[in-house]
Design a protein around this ligand. Sequence first.
Ligand code: ZN
Length: 248
Amino acid sequence: MLEHATWRTVRDTQYAVAVLPWGATEAHNYHLPYGTDNIEAAHVAAEAARRAWDAGARVVVLPVVPFGVNTGQLDIKLCLNMNPSTQAALLTDIAHSLEAQGISKLVIVNSHGGNDFRQMIRELQPTCGVFICTVNWWNCVDSKPYFDEPGDHAGELETSVMMSIAPELVRPLSEAGGGHARKFKVQGLRDGWAWAPRQWTKISDDTGTGNPANAMAEKGERFLDAVTERISGLIVELAAANLDDMYE
Ligand SMILES: [Zn+2]
């Protein structure tokens, strides 16, 4: 954890992989805090890295980036938008810092649905010697076996995860809205094969999309165990990988 490390440790450790947790600051229904995505990203990154370290990978977790793409939520008080172009500039600076310091692999642990780093990585990769990949922690494992109805924003999955890692910040579920999300009227958009960003205040009355009613800490804990195990495996493999020999 870079935020907890001191110079002597950092100077004397040969890090193979850096992990960058990336969240957002936004409303999460009435029962979860604005920092939900950041708390999740930091937790998943730290736990995955801890497991990877124990398996021999030299990995460092960078501080969480707390601002996500929230252009669809600009009319929700204190949802703090960071545009994709700003995120790309930030990512570029971080990657070039690591490159100059001899750390050649970077894993982004993304926690926010509005963030999409793939195109940024495509643009950045030809000018940067750091190998960069991105993981959305909430869908790197199939969530269906773990939840009745995983839901999306502040739904059963996300609420269960927060109950497991930060119960003191979760309000009683009796205060939560139902998280009902209105769908597009245009069929292709409703079915998902056509895509456009959603205007959040038009689709949700409580800022949630997904019903948190059946959330339980135990569900979140079991799911997180699978998620962090899988991401730690990625870190371990990546740490050992030869960047000149990445393909079968
Ligand atoms: Zn969230």
